[in-house]
Ligand binder design. Sequence first.
Ligand code: F6P
Length: 325
Amino acid sequence: MKPRVGILCSGGDAPGMNAALRAIVRMAIYLGYEPVGIYRGYEGLIEGQMVALEAGSVSGIIQRGGTILGAGRSARFLTPEGRAQAYHQLQKAGIDSLIVIGGDGTFRGAHTFLQEYPDIQILGLPGTIDNDLRGTDLTIGFDTAVNIAVEAIDRLRDTAAAMGRLFLVEVMGRDAGFIALHTAVASGAEAVLVPETPTDFDAIVRTLERGWQRHKSSAIIVVAEGDEVGGALQAAQELQKRFPYYEIRATVLGHIQRGGSPTATDRILATKLGAAAMERLREGASGAMVGLLGNEIVLTPFAQAVKSHAPLNSLLLRLIEILSL
Ligand code: F6P
C-alpha cells in the first residue's frame, strides 16, 4: 500500500497556496505517495473532511488566489480533545504524514500536536502575506500582497496629486510591518508607521512641513494595521489636528491584499517549497517549516520559526525618511 500524505491550508489564506498545493500533490504522486486534501484547515481535519487528490485535481490552479481546499482558524484544535479527534481522523484515513501550509498559528498547532502524537510526521510551508516567520526570506503570498498595495497606492497618488492631498493608507500586518515597509518603499511614500518602531508624530510633521514648503503636490503615509496609533483613521485624525489646512484622507486596503492571482515570484516560491517539502518528508523530516534562505532550502523547527519575527530592514526605514525630501 502506498503511504498517504494529508495536505491542509490553515490560518488566513495567502495567494500562492494553490501553487503550493499543485507542487505538493504532483511531487507526492511522483514519489509514490497518495495525496489527500483536507478541507478548511485543522477544523476540517477534526471533522474528517478529506478528499483523495489526483494529478488532475490540481490542474489550472497555479494562477488562482485563495485555496481550493479552503483555509481557516480552528478554536477546537487549541484543545486536547480537538487534537485527539484530529489524530483519530488521521488514523481512520490511514494518513501518517501531513504538510500544513500557513503562518505562526498553524505551526504552533502543529508543534503541540506533534508533542502529543509523535508518530505523525509533519512539515510546514510558510503561507502568509505577513512575512513574519523565521527561517525563510519570503513567505508565500507576501510578494503578491505588496504588489497589490503598491498598485492601489499608485492610483491613490494620482488623485492625491490632482487634489493636493495627504493620504494615509492602511495595509495588513497585525504584528509585523513588513508589508507596510516594502509597500512604502516601492510607492515612494513620505512616511511609514509600523508596529516595530514607536511612531514619532513630530518627525512626520517635520517631513510633511518640508514637503508643504516646497509645494509638493501630494503625500502618502503607509500605516500598518498593527501600529500603536491604531490604524490609518486614527493617524489621520492625529495629523489633521496638527495640519488644519491640509486635506487628509484615509484608505483601508483590507482583505483586497489577500485576493487575486499570485505574482510569478509567489508561484515560483510556492512551487520550490511545495516540492522540497515532499522530498524532505520522504527522507523522514518532521517538526519543521520548509523555507528558502538565499538559494538554499532550509528546515527550521516549528518552535523557532514562530519566535518573534526578524527585525525590519533598518536601511529601508532610513531611506524612506531621507528620500521623502
Ligand atoms: O495573517 C494574515 C492576515 O491577513 C493579517 O495580515 C491580518 O491581520 C489578518 O490575517 C486578518 O485576519 P482575518 O482574515 O481573520 O480578518
